[in-house]
Ligand binder design. Structure first.
Ligand code: NAP
Length: 385
């Protein structure tokens, strides 16, 4: 039996993880659940999974949750940074699934690492912002980081039983998103509804927009660099529209090992929760005998400048990835609120990166300052658009 804390339980990853826990009640017990403000769903999850601790964003949400659960509920309710950190470091918890969206995931993930927990990491922004610090602290505290992102889970699986010294290249696959074949001169007409309609994956709104701009793939390059301790020159992005191959690893003898499956996050989440065991998920296999094209192409960096910007941030390193990430969060939010156009997302990120002077040897506080300044700067750029 593994005791689990889920940060972001009301989101797409969190809900999928709870379905796995529901299916395998002999293997997992929920100790803590954390969300932001969706107290309706959190209250239902608490009733079903009976955690000891529940966390929300602020006092008002905590009060709402208390009312929804009623006086007979035994769950302890906390809120804010203190609450998220308590859910991340609870002494009885074995695995912390960090499925919060955005930069908000960094501090609780670090708290879980400092408490020596096993981290099932969905929140890629943690490694994008502070990859070096996070992986160093994980090594110091003996905290294992198991990837939940499907591509990184695929790479992790392809690396099992191999020698790191034999690794030649990581081939990170990308679906290309809904606008892969749309002419670039029509990009200014893209609506939020069109961008939220991903062809293969059902995900939360921020990552769905990131998938449409290919920023998601850029964030994943940064994530892979830290997670697998490789240089960005060893990571190649390959567009594979069917999302059947979840990523590949090439070795120095020319062998390529790929991980395949249907596009469903459950397998990657379950593998991180049950590693090194595999759970009988009863997922269908990809349809190999019927019509199943597997095609590949190079990403078009001129059409999808967010990916080029992420490679730039990767090369610059230090505080630049945090700036890329923060400006992107602001720009995506502005696009979702219909304040800027789809192509303007890359424009905001580019301007915020140009305005930033990279900090030579950043500690965590420098990264958090760079994040804050980039957010303010990006908000000003949006306001001027
Ligand atoms: N969805 C996928 O298939 C997928 C695949 C690979 C990686 N990921 C990564 O997994 C993470 C979660 O993605 P998602 O698609 O599950 O997102 P989502 O559906 O938007 O869910 C986000 C979760 O985080 C909570 N949250 C939001 N802002 C917060 C804050 N400031 N403080 C604390 N909690 C906060 C939300 O609570 P409320 O509901 O109360 O707002 C919700 O539970 C992201 O980093 C994403 O890149 C997702």
């Amino acid at each position: 039996m593994k005791n689990i804390s889920i940060l972001g339980s009301t989101g797409s990853i969190g809900r999928n993880a709870l379905q796995i826990v529901e299916t395998f009640p002999q293997q997992f017990k929920i100790k803590a659940l954390a969300a932001k403000t969706n107290t309706d769903l959190l209250a239902k999850q608490i009733e079903q999974f009976t955690p000891e601790l529940a966390v929300v964003f602020d006092a008002a949400s905590a009060q709402q949750l208390k009312q929804k659960l009623g006086a007979s509920s035994k769950v302890e309710i906390l809120y804010g940074d203190e609450g998220y950190q308590a859910a991340a470091s609870d002494a009885t918890v074995d695995i912390v699934l960090t499925a919060v969206v955005g930069a908000a995931g960094l501090k609780p993930t670090l708290a879980a690492i400092e408490a020596g927990k096993t981290i099932a990491l969905a929140n890629k922004e943690t490694l994008v912002m502070a990859g070096e610090i996070v992986t160093m602290k994980a090594a110091q505290n003996g905290a294992q980081i198991l990837p939940v992102d499907s591509e990184h889970s695929a790479i992790f699986q392809c690396l099992q039983g191999q020698r790191k010294a034999d690794l030649a290249q990581i081939l990170l696959t990308a679906s290309g998103g809904p606008f892969l074949n749309l002419p670039v001169d029509e990009f200014h007409r893209i609506s939020t509804a069109q961008a939220l309609n991903h062809p293969n994956w059902d995900m939360g709104p921020k990552i769905t927009i990131d998938s449409a701009t290919l920023m998601n793939k850029g964030l994943e390059v940064l994530e892979a660099k830290s997670l697998f301790d490789v240089s960005e020159d060893m990571i190649e992005v390959v567009i594979h529209p069917q999302s059947i191959i979840h990523s590949m690893v090439a070795y120095q003898d020319g062998t390529v090992i790929a991980q395949l499956g249907i596009p469903d996050m459950k397998a990657a989440i379950a593998y991180a929760l049950s590693y090194p065991k595999r759970l009988p998920l009863n997922q269908p296999l990809p349809d190999f005998s019927g019509r199943q094209d597997l095609t590949f192409q190079k990403p078009d960096l001129a059409k999808f400048p967010c990916l080029a910007l992420a490679f730039q941030a990767c090369k610059a390193g230090k505080t630049m990835p945090a700036v890329l990430n923060a400006a992107n969060e602001v720009a995506v939010n502005a696009f979702l609120n219909q304040k800027i156009s789809f192509p303007a997302i890359a424009g905001v990120v580019e301007m915020a990166m140009e305005a930033h002077s990279v900090h030579a040897n950043p500690g965590l506080s420098d990264i958090l300052v760079a994040d804050e300044e980039a957010r303010q700067n990006a908000a000003d750029i949006v306001a001027r658009m």
